[in-house]
Design a protein around this ligand. Structure first.
Ligand code: ME8
Length: 534
């Protein structure tokens, strides 16, 4: 399987690069886990993959946080990256191929070159701008987008996302001729219906662009925490221009042509819907201005909500990702948000819902199936997987069920980013296998000691074990630690090699797990939950 990974184009997926003004919360982890599942899925197809995440470290928001904490912005960013961001991704078993920080020289040099190039091409001019600015969003707002403040904010205009007062900024800035790109962008959306996902996000962007785009201020001169504008060092480059370019600089833009060629543009930019316009309007326009190819897809996830509001740093639940993983485990955490919320739609999180699904779907449906089957192979066949004869209609239905689960999960997770649908397809199969065992009643068949009876028992347990082999492969991108435990318990490694080397395409090929493997009960996949701590 090594050869297919050499050379050729990579399936390239990105997360937003997150602001380092604070530690990561459930919302950030949601997008990053989704990207991890998507890229693990494609790796498991045998494709070459590149998964990028990182941090956005310039701009006023970071500068002010650092000042408030009495350190330099660089010191602040270093601390947050090392103590909070990287450790969380490691903890959540995120297999990113690179981690880009916008303060790295490999990034800042290339950003200057990109912007200088646009300036030389007359895509950038000097002008003035005055308007309401939200530091939380790092974005100028249109007056119509603002809310009227009440209470402590009476008389002030508020950002609709952050619910905090905007500031009136007046600056002489450099502008990118974004207004010229409206028609080209609309033509691109039209010709590529899958460019923006989901449909609601696509409609929002199309409507916004149809109203006409304004030129975009791409520099700031009232503070200096940013990448200097190369031809006018009194200005720094607007943090969003700097940030979007990470997707190019991290894969060799102007530096490593071969890497760039093999990787850029991204197949999928995963973003929250709060930053959709930056990715679906500004970023493609920047690329058009340079004659660079556009990404395949901008996929917006919905918001995790708390009490009807978007979960954010200023609106925390008080629950950190680590609080949930210490209770439910890392794999269940990775599974839960993708399982419970349709990707692209908003969804609420609750401890009760997580507990209920953990117990019924993970522990009862999946975990119990695995332990029952292993226990019966142990009890009736001394832990050696028996030969399964072809069986009858019941077995055929199970085989068909596995093949269907593979096809559906591959399409839904691998292509449509419908993580919930893909996971459900796999769990429907788990339920089917449970039903098969209930109907076949192997514990009764075991009492028939005739050769026919023993052959029938062998077929039931082979069918169930081979089904679990398929489930282990299909769930590996979502819950890698659990799949590994199941793989070990089936004794599959000795016969089939490492779990990571199993291919989605083979997952539904019946009969791959050979008779004779050593099946052991192994570790409990989903232990009973402790009582919730106060
Ligand atoms: O916007 N629900 O960084 P950021 C779902 N630096 N997803 C959420 C979420 C929630 N409640 N809260 C955050 C920035 N997210 C910029 C990006 S990219 C060139 C620059 C996720 O730290 C979601 O993916 O504010 C959202 O877009 C991202 O975190 C915002 O992270």
């Amino acid at each position: 399987t090594g050869s297919e990974e050499q050379g050729g184009r990579a399936y390239y997926v990105t997360t937003p690069i997150y602001y380092v003004n604070d530690a990561p919360h459930l919302g950030h982890a949601y997008t990053t886990v989704a990207g991890d599942v998507l890229t693990r899925w494609h790796r498991q197809r045998g494709e070459k993959v590149w998964y990028l995440t990182g941090t956005d470290e310039h701009g006023q928001k970071i500068m002010r946080t650092a000042e408030a904490n009495g350190v330099t912005p660089q010191e602040w960013a270093d601390k947050l990256v090392d103590e909070a961001w990287r450790p969380l991704w490691e903890h959540l078993d995120i297999k990113n191929d690179d981690f880009i920080r916008t303060t790295e020289k490999r990034h800042t040099d290339r950003v200057q070159e990109f912007v200088q190039d646009l300036f030389d091409k007359d895509e950038i001019y000097k002008g003035g701008y005055e308007g309401p600015y939200c530091v939380g969003c790092e974005e100028y707002k249109l007056p119509g987008e603002l809310l009227d403040g009440e209470g402590e904010f009476a008389g002030l205009k508020l950002c609709a996302i952050h619910k905090t007062p905007v500031e009136i900024l007046k600056e002489e800035n450099y502008f990118f001729k974004l207004s010229e790109y409206g028609p080209k962008l609309l033509a691109h959306y039209e010709a590529n219906p899958g460019f923006i996902q989901p449909e609601s996000a696509r409609n929002e962007v199309v409507n916004f662009v149809r109203q006409g785009l304004q030129d975009l201020s791409i520099s700031r001169s009232t503070f200096d925490w940013g990448v200097p504008v190369p031809w006018d060092e009194k200005h720094v480059i607007y943090v969003w221009i700097d940030a979007l370019l990470n997707y190019a600089t991290a894969v060799g833009y102007n530096e490593n042509p071969q890497k760039f060629e093999e990787t850029f543009p991204a197949d999928v930019h995963l973003v929250g819907k709060d930053i959709l316009r930056f990715h679906a309007i500004i970023w493609p326009a920047m690329l058009m201005a340079q004659g660079l190819p556009l990404p395949g897809k901008v996929a917006a996830n919905g918001w995790l909500m708390v009490g009807g509001e978007k979960m954010s740093k200023s609106n925390l639940t008080g629950i950190k990702p680590q609080d949930l993983t210490s209770h439910f485990g890392v794999d269940a955490y990775r599974w839960y948000f993708l399982r419970a919320i349709a990707f692209g739609q908003d969804g609420s999180f609750s401890w009760e819902d997580f507990s209920a699904r953990y117990t019924s779907e993970l522990a009862n449906d999946y975990g119990n199936l695995a332990s029952r089957v292993a226990a019966m192979v142990g009890k009736y066949f001394g832990g050696t997987l028996p030969e399964g004869t072809s069986g009858g209609a019941a077995e055929q239905a199970v085989r068909d069920g596995l093949a269907k689960a593979v096809t559906e999960a591959d399409r839904k997770i691998g292509e449509e980013l419908d993580f919930q649908g893909g996971i459900l397809a796999i769990f429907d199969f788990v339920k089917q296998v449970n039903g098969y065992i209930t109907e076949q009643e192997p514990w009764k068949v075991a009492k028939d000691t005739s050769p026919e009876g023993q052959a029938a028992l062998a077929t039931i347990l082979y069918t169930a074990s081979e089904s679990l082999r398929g489930v282990a492969v299909l769930l590996n991108p979502v819950m890698p630690e659990t799949s590994q435990k199941l793989w070990d318990s089936l004794g599959a490694d000795a016969a089939l090699g490492a779990l990571a080397d199993q291919r989605v395409a083979d997952a539904g090929t019946w009969g791959r797990l050979p008779a004779g493997t050593t099946v052991t009960k192994g570790a409990v996949l989903f232990p009973r939950l402790e009582e919730k701590q106060a």
